[in-house]
Structure formats: structure tokens, C-alpha cells
Design a protein around this ligand. Sequence first.
Ligand code: UDP
Length: 236
Amino acid sequence: MELVKLDMLYEGKAKKIYTTNITNQFIVTYKDDATAFNGEKKGSIGEKGVVNNKMSAILFQLLSEKGIENHYISLLNEREMVVKAVKIIPLEVIIRNVVAGSMAKRLGLEEGSPLKTPVLEFCYKNDELGDPLINDDHIMALQLADLTQIQQLKQMALNINKVLQQFFFNKELRLIDFKLEFGLFEDRIILADEISPDTCRLWDLTTNEKLDKDRFRRDLGNVEEAYKEVLNRIMN
Ligand code: UDP
């Protein structure tokens, strides 16, 4: 059966999600729009949608090969992918290997300091509240996930970190930190959302040049070039 795009289910800051004629399959459209600081800074990054679609597809396929289930099914075109229709758990799962961004600010640590062990943080996905940092007890009290699910989320996120860290290292990139979102599919927790320079901090292995959304957030210039550089390295 040919896949037909139907109604727009949701429009986020960087993506749109559409229902399709096939039950359990959605289409994700990646936009060039960029926002930062909880929507305060708005802009657009040339061809970002194309880069993030392709890069997410490559990384989701890699994770599938490593036995980590995720929502990716296939690429539809330059800006769109077909995914499993999951119910998103309203949590951002952040993994950090090196101090940066909000962790540097919150704890008064120097950006770039390596962490002895990876740090996992949960944030409550809520734009009005600015995605506040929460812990396991908040998650259970708010019934966002139960204890078993929290343990699964942590295990999956740490496994994903191992796979991605090694993969990026081979591409001469340091995986500083990243954000994941998970969803429920047939009662299982699977990885969803995207994995791109919008959601990962990636620094050049030798020069530590930032090749991610911090170029947009901090007005460092050459934003589009950085995204394309990451995609080029990944495809080679
Ligand atoms: N991140 C994200 N979406 C968010 C918040 C964070 O993709 O809404 C990513 C961000 O790109 C970085 C990591 O999660 O790779 C950690 O972000 P941090 O908490 O340092 O926040 P930021 O400095 O982006 O405000």
C-alpha cells in the first residue's frame, strides 16, 4: 500500500508530525527553523531540515543494528522520514560526557571539563515551564513513568551514549552531551524524536571547534557549514 500523508498532528519548533493512511506510521517533516533559549531566539539555518533528517536516519539505523529499538522506519525524501507512531513520554533525557551549557552554569564548572562518568539528567518537557530539571521521584509522583520505565530509560540512554560516542569518535568528533526523547509503542519504550546537531553538542576532536547548535545559540557564525560538516563526516 502506498503511504499517504494525512493530517498534521503536531507542529514543534523544528519538526512537523503527520498521520498517514497506515495505522501506526507517522511522517516527520524536518524544518529549517531554529529556536533557542526556550523560544526567545528565533531564526533559520539553511538546509538544516535536510541535514537533520539524513543524520537522524543514519544514527537511528546504526542504533537498530546495535539492538536499540527506535521509531525510524525509512527515509521518504530529503526532508521527511517515516516513523513508528509512538506516544511521546514528556521527558527529555540528557546525557553528558563533558561539562557544557546549563550544567556549566548551574554547577559553576568550566565548560569543556571531562566528566569521570556520564551524567544523566531528566527534564520535564513543558515549554511554559522552560523544561525544568526533575528527578526520579518527580517523575513517579507526576506519573510520567513508573520505576521500571525509569530504569529502562536510563539503561537505554547509557547504551545509546556508548554507541554514539564511539561512532562520533571514529568521525573525529567528540560527543559532549545530547538530548533524547522516548515514546511508547505497543507498550514498549522505544527511542523517538531526532539525533542531530540541534540535539547533540559535537566538538572537533583535535581543535574543539563547536559543530552544533551552539553556533546559532551563541552567534558564532558558519552555522549551516557546521551542520553540513557533521553530516559529511558521518556519511564518509
Ligand atoms: N537539548 C536539546 N533540547 C532542549 C534542551 C537541551 O536538544 O530543549 C540538548 C542540547 O543541545 C545539549 C544537551 O541537550 O546537547 C544539553 O543541553 P543543556 O542542558 O546544556 O541546555 P542548553 O545549554 O542547550 O540550554
